[in-house]
Design a protein around this ligand. Sequence first.
Ligand SMILES: [Zn+2]
Length: 444
Amino acid sequence: MLTAAASVGAHIIGWADDWEVSGATDPMTRPSLGPWLRDERGPYDGLVAAAVDRLGRNVVDCLNTGYKMRDEKKMLVTYGHDGAWDLDDPADENRFTMEAWGAQMELRAIQRRNRDATVKTRAAGRPKGKPSYGFRYVRTVMGGKIDHVELHPHASQVIREVARRILADPDDVTPSSEAARLNRAGELSPADHLAVMYGKPAGGRPWSPQSLKNILLSEATLGYLMHRNKPVLSREDGNPVKLCEGLWDRATHEALKTAVSNRKATWIRRSNREYLLTNVALCGQCHTRLYTQTSNDVPPRYTCTARNKGWLQSQHCRPAPLIYAHLLDAYVEEWFLRELGDGLIYETVYDPGNGIAERIAETRANRERLRADREAGLYDARTTPPGSGTGTPRWDANWPRWKPNPRGHPVWSGGLRARRSPTGGFAHRTYKPARRSCSTSVCG
Ligand SMILES: [Zn+2]
């Protein structure tokens, strides 16, 4: 460029170095060149570029930049062209257009090649792009092809723990509370985890409830190859391509979906203090909630503040009750243990079961997906030529059809056969009597 500049007797007053953004970005918005073109960097006499294709990502951008220079009576110089471009001269204008067109064709060819490679990789059932949280790619050669996918030893534990906590108490444990917990614990967020995994510094980005929710609800957690948030289907059998064992099974996936998506916000304000009777103790006179009072010299007290607030229902609450917290706590604890200490404790436990529920859930999910695809008009022909389009399943062989059998019960016919299983639910609810050793299993 110095040679090109010197050849027209010019000297460089500023560099616009946009190595990182490549020619594929609009010149007006490029971080270094943009301010010059928008006349924010002061006056200049012309623009020197290594080649015409550095001026824009397509013919329109190159010509826009070129004509802008011409209209503003500025010089435009590129290496390999003698002197400045004169776009008023038809021969020069044609040559400039041709070079810009060549650049555009080259860029399109590169884009197509990348796209083709991505499609080919996906069709072959191999992963591309970044691994989903909880998984990692294993390559036999550094920088080489991905050999296989496996669970990330640490991240998979983190996300499994989140799922376990949410399933155990879906009312109180939510993606928001879990994101906050992970942030407090200093756990690397998915983006940071990815950066560290690939040897880059962590950016200190926090966990966000939404991204945690997306991870939990994605079918990528089942170990599937994904494309645009949907599992990629195998060309051979039309089933989703599985890359790796999942973080959890289909039954857990469905349970998580119910727990996370169907959650209704509770409107009870929760205290983060450790007082035993917050929200529990009521005033004996006006039946409003007791509040805790704290001060430096006296231990904490429960008291009724409703009259002080001017609530009509509490206007006769005088004298308002006031009691040391430790006294009331001890009294209530003693009463509670006397009355309810021997009661049974019921606990919901998620049990992976015998695998039949898992298979039914998997088949059901497949059926729903195929049905949705058919309703969307993806398959209108009876048979689809094999291999037409990405991941199109062989329609004729695999689509199960309902047929009544002689006894009047519908059975599956076609590629799949489903039998009624004695265990239909996703989870077994186990009732554990406290202080007893036996436990019974009941279908949930
Ligand atoms: Zn009161």
